[in-house]
Design a protein around this ligand. Structure first.
Ligand SMILES: Nc1ncnc2c1ncn2[C@@H]1O[C@H](COP(=O)(O)OP(=O)(O)OP(=O)(O)O)[C@@H](O)[C@H]1O
Ligand SMILES: [Mg+2]
Length: 269
């Protein structure tokens, strides 16, 4: 059954749900530029760090990358970054479809052998490590080994380390210079601008069949500020605001209603 608030606005689906197909992601020029830089780096078999505040759309950029990449790459996505070194390699094995071996050395060996085989198939392996700011110290200490192959003349794979801005701080410490110096492309996703936020709301409403403005200009500005330009907070607050407006049987999210929603969100936090 369609929830009452969706029916109220005649929306086909929840407009700000995280369930959005790769092909339907919204890519303004700022995000397209990041995707293109990733494609270029991976085409050169380089490794990358990608940072940004929570909810600014890092993981969605990885999904847009998956959609954008043509053949020739084998992407492996890992978001369980809290494992110790041995379990980390075991997980890498599983993700690559290999039988995990018992010791770290054996796991490392099967990973490298498999990656060599991919090379023969002309597939470049790309290992996407999301939430990489949480990586175990042991794992970070070892990662540069994956990027040193055939006397450091080739990379076995491209690493894409994705995380909060503290990842960049952590990697730039002297201790990690072997790894950091091998991450030639260093990208940052900035929060949305106020104009982006307005467009984002429009695009996501359009996807569920609504081309009317449901947010007043004032409300968009307030929403943008409260969310600090982060998609996830925009999604959450915009959804609460639409529900509240539907409950009051109104048609537009205006300043006063949004202020209430923001107050309630602050109280609940
Ligand atoms: N390009 C996009 N198009 C449409 N929706 C998006 C886009 N980017 C982000 N979103 C929305 O914002 C939510 C949060 O985005 P995402 O998970 O990519 O953020 P993140 O930067 O990876 O956050 P975290 O640091 O918490 O992992 C998504 O679930 C989605 O609803
Ligand atoms: Mg994420």
């Amino acid at each position: 059954m369609t929830p009452a608030w969706l029916a109220h606005f005649s929306l086909k689906d929840a407009p700000f749900s995280k369930e959005i197909g790769d092909a339907d992601l919204w890519l303004p020029s700022s995000k397209t530029a990041v995707v293109e830089e990733l494609v270029e780096a991976l085409s050169q078999r380089a490794s990358v760090s990608l940072v940004g505040e929570p909810g600014v759309g890092k993981t969605c950029v990885l999904r847009a990358l998956r959609h954008r990449l043509s053949t020739g790459f084998r992407l492996t996505y890992c978001h369980n970054a809290t494992l110790g070194r041995r379990d980390f390699y075991r997980q890498l094995c599983l993700a690559l479809g290999l039988k995990p071996s018992a010791t770290a050395a054996a796991v490392f060996f099967s990973v490298t052998t498999h990656i060599e085989e991919l090379g023969h198939e002309r597939l470049h392996p790309v290992f996407l490590l999301d939430e990489a700011h949480l990586l175990h110290q042991d794992v970070v200490d070892h990662l540069h080994i994956l990027l040193n192959y055939q006397w450091d003349s080739r990379a076995l794979l491209s690493l894409v380390l994705v995380g909060l801005p503290e990842l960049e701080d952590r990697l730039s410490r002297r201790h990690h210079r072997s790894l950091y110096s091998r991450l030639h492309t260093r990208l940052r996703i900035e929060p949305l601008t106020p104009d982006d936020t307005a467009e984002y709301l429009r695009v996501r409403l359009h996807r569920v069949g609504c081309d009317r403005e449901l947010f007043s200009t004032d409300a968009v500005a307030m929403l943008h500020e409260a969310a600090s330009g982060a998609h996830r907070d925009i999604d959450r607050l915009a959804t609460s605001a639409l529900k509240e407006v539907a409950r009051r049987k109104k048609k537009l999210v205006e300043r006063d209603i949004l202020a209430r929603v923001l107050d309630a969100a602050t109280e609940a936090a």
